[in-house]
Design a protein around this ligand. Structure first.
Ligand SMILES: Cc1ncc(COP(=O)(O)O)c(C=O)c1O
Length: 361
């Protein structure tokens, strides 16, 4: 038997979640965000699965764009981080990739180039996140230069990104929408604001193009329940199996650092999963793990390839039983909360060593 750690990727759930995203804003076009290896699910597989239903696919960089182009996807490909090196601009022209530009000097550099064809550009504006995006002044300069240029396809889309849309009572999102409206409403341009959280909970942000990522993978970006997330289905289920069971005495400690000590005579089990498989090393004792559908507690420190659970109260568990670390029946957000992180980080950090098993039912 091979090592049982594996990530089951349900592509029909992925497509279902895209339909949920589209149904929330039926008049908009939907950019499916597949960067960071399709949020850990596998870039090519995710891109191919979403290609026919998405209006565009978004990646972070030219390497990811070329990788999905090579699969034969037909959707337009948007590169959210623009270019890092000027040599990428001609590659974007040749392959018809759309670059999102966040700086006036990038626009000016492009306008000085002799390109072999026209370039499609989206412009990102600053509305409050202060990470990337042009100031109002720079945006106005960039826009007026671009609309006069022959090098550029005219359908410029103006983009912004939200800092706090996952916080349902944070006024920042409304402020950012107002700022965006101020910057763009006098122009005849298409607009794109919403990430998953905004698409789910901030209808005023819905525009010509929405850009959901996280929700497509079936995870809610919110800490609290939200009605619009109830139909999302998890796409990745991380599985493994019980590999050994043993009894320990009260007072015995387990694992590296001996950070958990049995308060009673206990039965513990090992599971073939660890931080080398993307399971977070700082998951606390008590983090739930599903064994035969029951939530058993993690105990002790997560090792590179092994975790330990306390099964004293669960009599029917045997070696070989299947374990779910997150996904179907156990939300990745809950597991992440025990490790002081978010599901985004766990998904995007999934290492190659975990085989992805694709299902399409
Ligand atoms: C510019 C941009 N748009 C959209 C997204 C998708 O965000 P989410 O995964 O929260 O839906 C991201 C992801 O970080 C992004 O950087």
């Amino acid at each position: 038997m091979s090592r049982p750690a594996r990530a089951i990727i349900n592509l029909s759930n992925l497509r279902h979640n895209l339909q949920v995203a589209k149904s929330l804003s039926p008049k908009s076009k939907t950019v499916a965000v597949v960067k960071a290896n399709g949020y850990g699910h596998g870039l090519k597989e995710v891109a191919l699965a979403l290609d026919s239903d998405a209006d565009a696919l978004a990646v972070a960089c030219i390497e990811e764009a070329l990788e999905i182009k090579a699969t034969g996807v037909k959707s337009p490909i948007i590169i959210l981080e623009g270019y890092f090196d000027e040599s990428e601009i001609e590659v974007a022209v040749t392959n018809d990739f759309c670059l999102v530009l966040s700086r006036l000097d990038s626009v000016e550099s492009i306008l000085k180039m002799k390109l072999k064809g026209k370039l499609t550009l989206w412009l990102k504006v600053e509305t409050g996140m202060h990470r990337s995006g042009m100031s109002a002044d720079d945006f106005n300069k960039a826009y007026s230069k671009l609309i006069k240029s022959e090098l550029i396809n005219r359908d410029i889309v103006v983009v912004t990104h939200f800092a706090c849309a996952d916080e349902l009572d944070n006024p920042m999102t409304t402020k950012q929408i107002a700022e965006f409206t101020l910057l763009t409403s006098h122009l005849n341009v298409q607009q794109s604001l919403a990430n998953s959280a905004a698409l789910l909970a901030w209808p005023a942000s819905h525009a010509h193009w929405n850009r959901p990522g996280y929700m497509l993978y079936g995870v809610s970006p919110f800490k609290q329940k939200h009605i619009n997330t109830k139909n999302l289905l998890p796409v990745m289920t991380l599985k493994s199996a019980i590999t050994s069971i043993k009894s320990i005495k009260r007072g015995n400690s387990v694992g590296y650092g001996s950070i958990w000590t049995a308060g009673r005579d206990s039965t513990i089990a090992t599971i073939a999963i660890g931080y080398g498989d993307g399971y977070p090393r700082n998951a606390r004792s008590g983090t739930p793990v599903l064994v035969n559908g029951e939530r058993v507690p993690l105990v002790g420190r997560v090792s590179m390839g092994v975790i330990i659970v306390d099964i004293t109260d669960f009599k029917n568990i045997i070696v070989g039983d299947e374990v779910i670390l997150w996904g179907d029946g156990l939300s990745i957000s809950e597991v992440a909360s025990y490790a002081d992180t978010v599901g985004y980080e766990l998904l995007a950090g999934m290492p190659a060593r975990v085989p992805r098993i694709y299902q399409d039912s």
